[in-house]
Design a protein around this ligand. Structure first.
Ligand code: ADP
Ligand code: ZN
Length: 762
């Protein structure tokens, strides 16, 4: 997967034109999203040489048939063309570069880091709406010369013409005749008269038909910061003022006032005439979040996944023109074409939704780190529960750590209690998913007029094997990963290394005979809640009930208004929401996340419990969190209950280190899938062999795990296998991955993907 330059000609193909080898010519390096990987050289003929820039799209003849294909110009140089002559590009498509030189460097970095062809990265970074110029049309536009603008008051004109001319001067940008007529409140007649008199000039241009501009809102003043917030702001400002690249990890509990710190830092950045990008998880892009930024800044662009192509294009243009001060958006907003970026903020930096699930499989936080470094600006990562990757870098001095351990206005953190499900099994009250204690707490909260959130993290499936009597979970001796129960073969399997044992009939630890394979869903929970609390309105939120656009917001609005008393759902309800009237949060089973076949299972569980606990006690009413678990003594759960991130990290990091999992080792994951189980597994085995071979050649300790069936071993009719490479040296792993895949030819129906720094292990 190298990016070495290639030539397009086969040796036997005669060159269709002659060239003098001694003269220097302008040569463009071009990459093709829908062509072979690698960079190809083309000459740039005269008329195109005037307009071409790096970052423009070009149309070029490709292959023997000289099929015209669109590519991106990634390099321009004057050079002598020796040997076989180059083909000329046919056309420059864009009038100005779609990507700045800085963005070209960033996309190149992404291509190399995530082992993805550069062209594919470019295609992902430039929105389709921009490529197809959605929402624009090519039309005649009118403008006023400065000389005419100066004489505006002395010109003798009929009133309508004068009004139209004045409106065009005031607009301060070219307008189509129709747009000007609307603005001036006249017909196009007076405008045509102005054109005849030569007072306005006309040319053809591409203009936006829509408007990305937002209605102005009343400005709100800065809040007076508390001492913790002030320290955080001062740290950011000192990096800003010194024009230094520095990554600052803002570790602040939920409600500690992190957002206010971001806002005040961005105001400072805007004061220098620079822009800021704020990344938030898509799910946190609520009207409340947006309103908070709109009430503080003039030019805010909000980029979310529901924008139309035309809207996205309009935003892109406004941002590129420098008309936007703050870009607030989900993952891909990290590619916003801000002309003069001053600060990047990644809020909830631990969130896994910052990682893209399709190629290029980038993590927006890591891209933010790279972009901030390239642009020499500060980066702020904010979280109540930082990723262990960021935390480790902060502890080892690569990032600056700032703590905000208290909520603003001394609001208390909620009290978190655990309910030991192991006791339930021995009692009479063992039916269902809601324990006696939780039932009583819900009853009391409803009686006091409060609202309740119930969380069941049922991520698709959970088939770990757990003893309900002692809580023991059956794990792989080599990987520390929970084994997965396979019903068909009655085995328990490690999804990292393929270790397999017969499914146990009794608990290996306490010999309890009722060992069970867990699997409970939100639907079952809903039925139980409705049966137990028939008088209370309740609502279930998960990917099944929240399919349609806007349903998410509608459900949350109903809950906020109090129309719904009990809200239950998957982790989708755990994040970033602020409900003052919620007095009880119940976690139905904290263990579902804890025993997923994933080395990050404990971290995920800690995040989940801590985040969901942050949903309550936001107002004076206080609040309570009850966590049901078979493993109340698990370090992740004990730390979450005490809101003690540092303790969690201190316990978890040594486990990661022992097995060289991230952040101590790098990891690359391959997923191979195909309709034939045997073919897919054979191909996966060949890939694993090649990886081992390459690592041995480099003198590295090969730690190639698998092939093993993926936890989701069969998906949409395809068998899935995984291979992991792990090691302390990123460079060695990259090289092994490149070498192993360079000449790899999968059988016809077999596909493979490569995922660098993978997050999704299912
Ligand atoms: P976080 O982003 O850490 O969860 P927020 O910035 O959302 O915290 O702050 C939580 C709440 O406290 C918000 O309603 C915010 O308006 C308020 N707040 C933040 N800073 C202050 C302050 N210095 N004084 C008073 N209220 C504040
Ligand atoms: Zn294993």
């Amino acid at each position: 997967m190298g990016f070495e330059q290639k030539r397009l000609f086969d040796f036997d193909e005669p060159a269709p034109w002659e060239e003098d080898e001694r003269t220097e010519r302008l040569v463009a390096g071009v990459v093709f999203p829908d062509g072979p990987p690698g960079e190809f050289d083309y000459t740039v003929p005269e008329p195109s040489a005037e307009t071409i820039e790096v970052g423009c799209r070009v149309r070029c003849p490709l292959g023997r048939g000289n099929r015209p294909v669109i590519g991106y110009c990634v390099r321009l140089e004057q050079k002598r063309v020796a040997g076989r002559p180059l083909k000329p590009i046919r056309e420059v498509i864009d009038r100005r570069a779609l990507l700045s030189p800085a963005m070209m460097r960033l996309t190149k970095w992404i291509a190399e880091h995530y082992l993805c062809p550069w062209a594919q990265v470019l295609q992902a970074v430039v929105p389709a709406g921009v490529r197809f110029q959605a929402g624009t049309r090519n039309t005649v536009v009118l403008s006023v010369t400065p000389e005419v603008a100066e004489q505006l008051d002395t010109l003798k004109l009929p009133p309508k013409q004068a009004a139209a001319l004045r409106a065009l001067v005031a607009a301060d940008r070219p307008l189509a005749p129709g747009q000007l007529a609307r603005l001036a409140g006249c017909t196009e007649g007076p405008i045509a008269a102005l054109r005849k008199k030569g007072l306005v000039t006309a040319r053809r241009d591409r203009i936006s038909t829509g408007d990305a501009e937002e209605p102005p809102q009343p400005r709100e003043a800065n809040l007076a910061l508390n001492p913790d917030q002030q320290v955080a702001l001062d740290t950011i400002l000192s990096a800003l003022n010194e024009g230094r690249n520095e990554t600052i990890l803002l570790h602040g509990v939920t409600g500690s006032g992190k957002t206010e710190v971001y806002i005040q830092a961005i105001r400072e950045v805007n004061g220098f005439g620079r822009q800021a990008i704020v990344l938030v998880p898509e799910i946190s892009l609520t009207p409340q979040t947006v309103a908070r930024f709109r009430s503080r800044f003039d030019g805010v662009a909000v980029l979310h996944s529901h924008l139309t192509d035309a809207e996205r294009h309009a935003h892109w243009r406004r941002i590129a023109d420098g008309a936007v001060q703050v870009v607030v958006g989900a993952r891909s907003a990290i590619f916003a074409p801000t002309p003069h970026l001053g600060l990047i903020v990644v809020d909830e930096e631990h969130e896994s939704t910052f990682k893209q699930a399709s190629a290029p499989r980038y993590h927006a936080r890591e891209v933010a780190v790279a972009r901030a470094k390239m642009e020499g600006i500060p980066l702020v990562l904010g979280s109540a529960t930082p990723s262990l990757e960021s935390w480790h870098r902060a502890c080892t001095g690569r990032y600056t750590l700032i703590d905000m351990p208290r909520r603003v206005l001394d609001r208390p953190l909620p009290i978190v209690g655990t309910i030991d499900l192991r006791q339930q099994i021995h009692g009479r009250y063992s039916r269902g998913m809601i324990s006696r204690q939780l039932h009583a707490a819900i009853h009391a909260a409803l009686g006091d007029g409060g609202q309740v959130i119930l969380l069941l993290n049922r991520r698709g499936f959970s088939t770990h094997i757990q003893c309900p009597a002692c809580g023991h979970v059956v794990r792989c001796p080599d990987c520390e990963i929970a084994l997965t129960h396979h019903r068909t073969k009655e085995t328990a399997l490690c999804h990292y290394c393929d270790h397999e044992i017969p499914a146990p009939r009794e608990c290996p630890k306490c010999q309890f005979a009722g060992i069970r394979y867990s699997g409970q869903g939100t639907q079952r929970l809903e039925a139980e809640v409705r049966a137990r609390f028939a008088g209370a309105t309740c609502l279930r939120m998960d990917t099944d009930t929240m399919r349609t656009r806007g349903s998410h917001q509608k459900a949350l609005d109903a809950f906020r208004r109090g129309d719904v008393r009990i809200l239950m759902g998957t982790q989708m309800i755990a994040k970033g929401l602020d409900f003052p009237n919620v007095t009880l949060v119940g976690v139905i089973n904290a263990d579902t996340a804890l025993h997923l076949p994933d080395f990050r299972a404990a971290e995920r569980t800690f995040h989940l419990v801590t985040q969901v606990a942050g949903r309550t006690g936001r107002s004076e009413r206080g609040g309570r969190v009850l966590v049901q678990t078979f493993s109340p003594d698990h370090p992740a759960i004990r730390a979450a209950v005490r809101h003690d991130y540092a303790a969690f990290a201190a316990g978890e990091l040594p486990l990661r280190e022992a097995l060289l999992y991230p952040p101590f080792g790098e990891m690359i994951r391959f997923v191979i899938r195909g309709p034939s189980e045997q073919q897919a597994s054979q191909f996966a085995a060949e890939l694993a062999e090649r990886l081992k071979h390459s690592l041995q050649q480099q003198g590295a300790q090969p730690r190639v795990l698998g092939p093993a069936p993926a936890p989701l071993a069969k998906l949409r009719g395809k068998y899935r296998f995984v291979v992991h490479v792990q090691g302390p040296n990123r460079h060695q792993l990259h090289q092994a991955a490149s070498e192993a895949t360079a000449t790899l030819e999968p059988p016809k129906d077999v596909q493979w993907i490569v995922d660098v720094d993978p997050l999704e292990m299912l």
